[in-house]
Ligand binder design. Structure first.
Ligand code: 13P
Length: 254
């Protein structure tokens, strides 16, 4: 899976153009059933992008970048699952480090959202990742494990198997710095093992674990060649059709 997180970039008009450009670049790859391509525009762009996906019959997933867990109610500014499924959203990013840092997201709210996304028939892309201080203190493994245990708590084994987890070291996001592919794989393997301990070996095998953080066309295939990295969650490089397409093409060989 290669998912593009457009963050707070693109108006709805710009998003419609971007998704068309991506589709043009990936004409053959989108129909490769071994590859899932997902784009995650800001809320205001979802309808326009969804319309392009539908009219052009694109085999592409559509994700939101967040969602509230309640079905409806007096929650000013919030967006519900039904608002997203009506627009044919298939995925929702949950617990991105930027939501944790700037919008008060916690492991507990992440877990509520993961459950609500599944209940609505969509797929959560649940994010985790450590700060540089945590890494320097050699606490990455225990920190990530605690994020997974809390964020993925209370699922059925079948839901755990359908979960997508994005490992995004915070210090690698937008920085141009990345862990070595081997050290990223150490963490994604530990994430898979944690899911295995919680939900059994079939869930561990099927859960998809992505790497995110400064993924570019130049480094994508190094990450994809690691056994426990099943794809990428891409930020900056997802905002240009040619670089996003190059990353998706690198994933095709996986
Ligand atoms: P960059 O690819 O810009 O580092 O962002 C990664 C990310 O946060 C994707 O969710």
């Amino acid at each position: 899976m290669v998912a593009g997180n457009w963050k707070m970039y693109t108006t709805s008009g710009e998003g419609a153009v971007l998704v068309q450009d991506i589709a043009e670049e990936l004409e053959r790859e989108l129909d490769d059933n071994a590859l899932d391509v997902v784009v995650c525009p800001p809320f205001t762009g979802i309808k326009a992008v969804s319309t392009v996906v539908e009219l052009d019959h694109l085999n592409m997933g559509l994700g939101a970048q967040d969602m509230f867990w309640e079905a409806e109610g007096a929650f000013t500014g919030a967006i519900s699952a039904r608002m997203l499924t009506e627009l044919r959203c298939t995925h929702v990013i949950v617990g991105h480090s930027e939501r944790r840092e700037f919008f008060g997201e916690t492991d507990e709210t992440v877990n509520k959202k993961v459950h609500a996304v599944f209940a609505a028939g969509m797929t959560p892309i649940m994010c985790c990742g450590e700060t540089l201080a945590t890494r320097d203190a050699l606490e990455t493994d225990s920190f990530i494990r605690s994020q997974i245990v809390a964020g993925a708590a209370g699922l059925s084994a079948e839901q755990a198997a359908r979960l997508v987890i994005a490992y995004e070291p915070i210090w690698a996001i937008g920085s141009g710095r990345t862990p070595t592919p081997e050290s990223a794989n150490d963490v994604t393997r530990a994430i898979r093992a944690t899911i295995g301990a919680m939900y059994g070996p079939p869930a561990a095998m099927q859960v998809r674990v992505l790497y995110g953080g400064s993924v570019k066309p130049e480094n994508a295939s190094m990450f994809f060649s690691e056994p426990d990295i099943d794809g990428a969650l891409v930020g900056g490089a997802a905002l240009k059709a040619d670089s996003f397409a190059a990353i998706a093409k690198a994933a095709c060989g996986k």
